[in-house]
Structure formats: C-alpha cells, structure tokens
Design a protein around this ligand. Structure first.
Ligand code: TYM
Length: 327
C-alpha cells in the first residue's frame, strides 16, 4: 500500500481552494492508502500569529479536517509540533539544502515581498515541509498546484541525501488534481484563493452559510462580453466558475460551459452545487464542536502513531549522516 502524506497550516479558516485542491483528495486517499495528515503549526510561526490564536486555530483546523471527512480510524491525523522529529530532521535537511535553492522558492518570494524584516524560518520553511514528508516515507503528496515547487525541492533533498549518505529516504511525488488544483479568488481571478488575502467576498470559506456562499458566487467577477466559453487566459473569472462547477459535478469545464448561455444561470447552479457539496461538511462540524475533548484525545492518538514512524526514520537519517547514537 502506498503511503500518502500532506499538511495544512492553521493560519486561517479553511476555504474552497484548500478543500478542492487538497482535502477532498485526502479524504478519498484514506480509503485506499496508508494516509498521514498533519496540522502544521510550526509552519504558521513563519509569519506573525498571536499565540492564543495559533493554539485555537490549530485545534479548530483539526476539527474542520474531521468535519471534512477525515476518519481517525482510517488515517493518522496529528499536530506537527507534537512530534519532535519534525524540527530534528529539518536540521539535517537544512545542512543538505543550499541558500540558492531556497532563494528560488516562489512562495518565499511572494510572502517576503515588501517586508522590512523577514523571519529566517520563512526562508527555511520548505525544508521543514520536506522533513514532514520524508519522515513518513511518503510515496505521494496530495496538494494543490501552489505546492509543486516545494515537493520538487523535497525530491531533490531526498535524492541528494541518499546519494551522499546511502539510501535513507523514499523520494515522493506530488499528486495534484486535474481540476480544482488552483481555485482563484472570486473577486480577483488572477490571484489564487487564499487564507491571507484580504478579500472576504472573493474567498468562499468551507463553513460559510449557504446565504453567504450564494452571495459570493453571485457577485463573482466575470467579464462583460457575455460569451460563455471556457478560456482561462482571456476569461479567468468565468473559467474559475466553470472549473468549480466541473469539480462539484464531476465533469470537465468545457462540458459545463456547453450547458449555459447566461452567466446568471451558471452562477445560480454553481451556488446550489457548492451548498450541496459542503452540506455534510457543515453538518459534521456542528456535531464535532460540541466535544472538543474528543478531538484532543484523537490528536494524542494520532501523535503517538506518527511518532512511532517518525522516530525510526529520524534515527535512520541520523545514523546515515554520522551522528553518534545515544547510549
Ligand atoms: P496551505 O496551508 O497553504 O494549503 C493547504 C492545501 O491547500 C491547497 N490550496 C489550494 N488548492 C487549490 N486552490 C487554492 N486556491 C489553494 N490554496 C491552497 C495547497 O496547495 C495545500 O495542498 N506548505 C503547505 C503546508 C505543508 C505541507 C507539508 C503540504 C506543510 N508541510 C507537507 C504537504 C506536505 C501550505 O502552506 O499549505
């Protein structure tokens, strides 16, 4: 059975991009693979975040992942900082990565642009991500399109480490969906939907009320020529809506476009399809929020399972690189 691993930052409310680009596939993968998922709270420290907010968002993100359909009986779900091998392996990999390759990371360039002071952790962020993946011998990493470069770096670090010190890590592959891998902001369709963009109308949250969701879809930016066809370059706003309806109804965007003459009809059907798609997720969340203790207990079990695997991989890497074993 292949092993899949993925992670999500607890830095904001989950949105439709997270769900369609990643989480929906995590749910599917847990039935057919050995699946490991983590809430990457250490990654969230690379940008400003209030300590109390980090704590509550970390717990809430775990609740939301369970609501989205992760089943702790079928997958390992844990919080990154609960497994100390993540930062430990990061150091070995930081001594494998180069400044040049980290400086080429697009996510780093985006997130550091215009800031006077950039945390060192933001620069080394992809190395921590590589440690997350390599600790579990993951074969596949289900992510959205924006993570491709980080997975490519992970592959390079694994290959370099293996060639220097002997076969230690499994070299993973990114698993990116064909549609839904890059959900765009509904108000600024040239930007991807994101937790951090200050565009509340452009971001569909997983737990928006049906009314809010419908309002956001209705007000989505398209274009004014009225020509309803799928063309991501010339008509990015419309293409985004077609892609969303395609994922929600399991068709291709071109096929979806064939069924409509008017933008308003498309928006109406899209809003309905998304409300339906997210209905069970909303329902499960309202059951889970009433029992925070149960989620804490599940995360403790997840951390224990994760730690058993991570400790072994870390030891293998530490031995290979020449660290003297303790005792
Ligand atoms: P994060 O927290 O930004 O996003 C979590 C997942 O959601 C996907 N995603 C999207 N997919 C489609 N359209 C969008 N607009 C969109 N926005 C986000 C992301 O691609 C991601 O799969 N660095 C990672 C977290 C991470 C990780 C890992 C991932 C840390 N360690 C190990 C995989 C393996 C991140 O910031 O994702």
């Amino acid at each position: 059975m292949a092993t899949v691993l993925s992670g999500i930052q607890p830095s904001g409310d989950l949105h439709l991009g997270n769900y369609l680009g990643a989480i929906r596939n995590w749910v599917a993968d847990q039935y057919v693979h050995d699946a490991v998922y983590c809430v990457v709270d250490l990654h969230a420290l690379t940008l400003d975040i209030d300590p109390a907010e980090l704590r509550s968002r970390t717990h809430q993100t775990a609740v939301d992942l369970l609501a989205a359909g992760l089943d702790p009986e079928r997958c390992t779900l844990f919080v990154q900082s609960h497994v100390p091998e993540h930062p430990r392996l990061t150091w070995l990999l930081e001594c494998t990565a180069t400044m040049g390759e980290l400086g080429r990371m697009v996510a780093f360039k985006d997130k550091s642009a215009g800031r006077d002071s950039v945390r060192a952790g933001l620069f080394t962020y992809p190395v921590l991500q590589a440690a997350d993946i390599l600790l579990y011998d993951a074969d596949r990493v289900p992510v959205g399109d924006d993570q491709r470069q980080h997975i490519e770096l992970t592959r390079q670090l694994a290959e370099r480490f293996n060639s220097r010190y002997g076969a230690t890590f499994v070299v993973p592959e990114a698993s990116v969906p064909t549609v839904g891998a890059r959900v765009m902001d509904l108000q600024q369709p040239e930007r991807k939907m994101s937790k951090s963009v200050s565009s509340p109308l452009g971001t569909v949250l997983l737990f928006d009320t049906p009314e809010d969701l419908s309002r956001k879809v209705r007000r989505a930016v398209t274009d004014s020529d009225g020509d309803l066809r799928y063309d991501p370059v010339a008509k990015p706003g419309l293409a985004n809506l077609l892609e969303l309806l395609a994922v929600a109804t399991d068709r291709t965007p071109d096929l979806v476009a064939d069924g409509y003459l008017r933008y308003g009809d498309l928006k109406k059907d899209l809003a309905e399809a998304l409300v339906e798609l997210l209905r069970p997720v909303r329902q499960r969340r309202s059951e889970l929020v009433g029992d925070p203790g149960a989620v804490t207990a599940l995360l403790a079990i997840g951390a224990e399972k994760a730690h058993a695997v991570a400790a072994e991989t870390y030891r293998r890497a530490a031995d290979a690189i020449g660290l003297l074993p303790p005792g």
